[in-house]
Design a protein around this ligand. Structure first.
Ligand code: CAP
Ligand code: MG
Length: 433
């Protein structure tokens, strides 16, 4: 079958190490074969178009023609190898305009989901990757093994700068390591970004002196990219170590600019994934969170929200999240990369720390840790500030639940063994247990 000029099919083909391998699930139009639909996708995402063109030539095609090397009629999974010359190194928008562009809107297919991308070494190396990674964050916070625990100041928006700083102070005092702004808190009439960070860092310095513990603040710098650079500079000036970016609403181009800027400032990036649901939720059409996670790690975020393995309020249950932790090898790809998207070896990229957040409380800690391990940040918004006795007690309850889990006892046993020391946890169990 020809799409435009060329036949892309060779089911005996073995992809080269210099080819980008994309895994799609394609729903053909009624009456069309999977292969025919795959040809449409392959052509439109590379050198082809809907009809034969006179301007094409065999030399060009030989050099740039992708190959469909795998097609499973039962799962509708298709794998396509694209010569890396089709992509500009260091240009994520450009890469996605090809393998995640027009093809999603083609009338010639019914549905399409980009399940995974295997980038080549040259393309991976053309991005900065995480500046700190898991080891760097652990060094920064002096938290060696256990998960980091944090909160999101709630209400999402509405507090003044001082009120916001007070909630942050109580969260840190109660034992949490991390306080972040919510994804929709940027610079509001009632809560100016520059005043907020001044107030919060003042409290952070105070609580670090009181507790002797390193604390982290994740100020949300999401804005137009030049303004984001200014906000990152302001964070640096106040001694901040991290910035938070809503990477999908900001866009990958802006994220690349901020990543280059934070390289100069020595700031880590916390990646919130607000809006991801618009493209990841539909399991028949869109882009998997696996792909978003890999893109985010390549560009270079240090921490990334990937869900709570089904223990929270957002969809994307255990399997989808756990897939990030599993080793999945690409058949026929030479390096046989153990593809643990966030954590393991990927052409020398530092690992990104997974963030479990969204609808979790001290009761969820055991489940989340058993599903996702210790190399995570667990973040509790309502699960901290919704505690009957308020933020300070909520933070204490989270710490008490983590301590119990680290001792290998249940939270109920912890309360029974030492009711006084775990009184805040007991109230959390009454409310959410
Ligand atoms: C969590 C949160 C986070 C979600 C995002 C919220 O608050 O602050 O943005 O975790 O979801 O606004 O919902 P709660 P995800 O703890 O009160 O739910 O991490 O899946 O991207
Ligand atoms: Mg939020």
């Amino acid at each position: 079958m020809i799409y435009g000029n060329y036949d892309f099919l060779d089911l005996k083909y073995k992809p080269k190490a210099t080819e980008v391998v994309c895994e799609f699930r394609i729903k053909p139009k009624k009456g069309d074969s999977l292969i025919k639909a795959a040809e449409y996708v392959t052509g439109e995402s590379s050198i082809g178009t809907w009809t034969k063109i006179q301007t094409m030539n065999p030399v060009l095609a030989k050099k740039l023609k992708p190959t469909i090397f795998y097609a499973n009629k039962k799962t509708f999974v298709v794998k396509i190898a694209y010569p890396e010359e089709l992509f500009e190194p260091g240009n994520m928008p450009g890469i996605l305009s090809s393998i995640a562009g027009n093809i999603f809107g083609m009338k010639d297919i019914d549905a399409l989901r980009l399940e995974d991308i295997h980038f080549t070494k040259k393309l991976v190396k053309s991005f900065l990757g995480p500046q700190f990674g898991i080891k760097g964050i652990r060094k920064m916070t002096n938290i060696r093994r256990r998960p980091l625990i944090g909160t999101i100041v709630k209400p999402k928006v509405g507090l003044t700068e001082k009120e916001h700083a007070k909630v942050a102070y109580e969260s840190w005092l109660g034992g949490l390591d991390v306080v972040k702004d919510d994804e929709n808190l940027v610079s509001m009439s009632f809560n100016n970004f520059y005043i907020r960070i001044k107030e919060v860092y003042k409290k952070k310095n105070m609580v670090e002196k009181q507790t002797g513990k390193q604390k982290i603040y994740l100020p949300n710098i999401t804005a137009e990219v030049d303004e984001m650079k200014k906000r990152a500079n302001a964070v640096k000036k106040l001694g901040g170590r991290f910035v938070m970016v809503d990477i999908l609403t900001a866009g990958f181009s802006a994220l690349q600019t901020i990543r280059a800027h934070t390289e100069k400032l020595g700031l880590a990036i916390h990646a919130h994934r607000a809006m991801h649901g618009a493209i990841t939720r539909n399991k028949d059409h869109g882009i998997s969170m696996l792909v978003i996670a890999k893109i985010a790690r390549l560009i270079g975020v240090d921490t990334l929200h990937i869900g709570t393995a089904g223990f929270g309020k957002m969809e994307a249950g255990k399997d989808e999240v756990l897939k990030y932790e599993q080793e999945v090898e690409f058949p026929n790809v030479k390096e046989d990369i153990k593809k643990n998207v966030l954590g393991q070896e990927y052409f020398g990229l530092k690992p990104t720390l997974a963030v479990a957040s969204g609808g979790i409380s001290p009761i969820s800690i055991r489940g989340v840790m058993r599903a996702m391990g210790d190399d995570i940040v667990m973040q509790f918004g309502g699960g901290c500030h919704g505690h009957p006795q308020g933020t300070l007690a909520g933070a204490k309850a989270i710490k008490q639940a983590l301590d119990a889990e680290k001792k290998g006892i249940s939270i109920k046993e912890a309360v029974k063994n030492n009711p006084k020391k775990n009184q805040e946890l007991a109230l959390a169990i009454d409310k959410w247990g």
